[in-house]
Design a protein around this ligand. Structure first.
Ligand SMILES: CSC[C@H]1O[C@H](OP(=O)(O)O)[C@H](O)[C@@H]1O
Ligand SMILES: Nc1ncnc2[nH]cnc12
Length: 291
């Protein structure tokens, strides 16, 4: 079996993970510019781990200014084989109160101000996104949450807004009508880029608020989000370590075939490919471009 390198992307309130052996922050250079921060390399329960705080330590980047391409490229360059992402989110359903960890399985992407693909003119590719989340990683998260007694839900749709402002009441009500479960500003972009980089991805969305639709709850504010994030910090740590223990150091391919998705995704004829873009994609798509 192949060796696993587990990538963890931390969201709002999660800027570090403790308990790693040989933990060391290291800069990773990418052709897409600088990632949000250095990457933390280490090992837990025999599993090689690579952690990256999505907004940078100290929360420097907005959801729109995060260099998602550099973040995913850096993870690929670091040898990451699977990504577990952690995000703070608002709840769009009564039955998902603050404190619930939602292991989402779908995304609706309403973002419009960010780079959401590694490909472009001279190298066109279309990867499938019908099932954006790896079910094997999601099952490991579900088992970890159950073992750690963390209130959680398996499945649900995460709507990703551009932000940085929270939603209007009309928007929040619309997203509820669409059947969305939770709302955030980051994860859909990451899920798309992880798929292009052939890295299986799963998200645990930690509910911090009821956005602004709920008649009996205060409308979301950063203060309220931070308060719940502090209350959830111990559970966030627990789910990361428990999922690493469950997944272990060896991996089987994703049931979705994510690791070979580029085999049938690239449209551009070999003689029409832009050599600069091909060179830039050495990590993300080198497997298929070096042939
Ligand atoms: C602090 S509230 C809004 C902020 O929180 C979420 O961040 P992340 O997904 O990185 O955990 C949300 O997406 C916004 O970026
Ligand atoms: N209500 C909300 N909307 C968007 N992003 C969020 N992150 C945490 N709560 C959120």
């Amino acid at each position: 079996m192949a060796k696993r390198v587990l990538g963890i992307i931390g969201g709002s309130g999660v800027y570090d993970i403790d308990g790693l052996e040989w933990a060391e922050w290291q800069r990773v250079v990418t052709p897409f510019g600088a990632p949000s921060d250095e990457l933390l390399f280490g090992r837990y329960a025999g599993v090689d781990m690579v952690f990256l705080p999505r907004h940078g330590r100290g929360h420097v980047q907005t959801p729109s200014t995060i260099n998602y391409r550099a973040n995913i490229d850096a993870m690929k360059r670091a040898g990451v084989t699977d990504i577990i992402s952690i995000s703070a989110c608002g709840s769009l359903k009564e039955e998902l109160p603050p404190g619930t960890f939602v292991i989402v399985d779908q995304f609706i992407d309403r973002t419009f101000l960010r780079q959401n693909t590694f490909f472009g003119p001279g190298l066109v590719a279309h990867v499938p996104m019908a099932h954006p989340v790896c079910p094997a990683l999601a099952t490991a998260l579900e088992e970890a949450a159950t073992a750690e007694n963390i209130r959680h839900a398996r499945g649900g749709t995460y709507i990703c807004i551009e932000g940085p402002q929270f939603s209007t009441l009309a928007e929040s009500r619309l997203y509820r009508q669409w059947g969305c479960s939770v709302i955030g500003m980051t994860a859909a972009t990451e899920a798309k880029l992880a798929r292009e980089a052939e890295i299986p991805y799963a998200l645990v969305a930690m509910v911090t608020d009821y956005d602004c639709w709920h008649p009996d709850h205060e409308h979301v504010t950063v203060d309220a989000v931070i308060k719940v994030l502090h209350e959830n910090a111990a559970n966030a740590r627990k789910i990361v370590t428990a999922v690493a223990e469950r997944l272990g150091p060896e991996r089987k391919p994703s049931p979705l075939g994510v690791e070979t998705v580029l085999d049938v995704a690239i449209m551009t004829a070999p003689d029409k490919r832009d050599p600069n873009l091909v060179a830039k994609l050495d990590a993300v798509a080198g497997r298929v471009l070096k042939k």
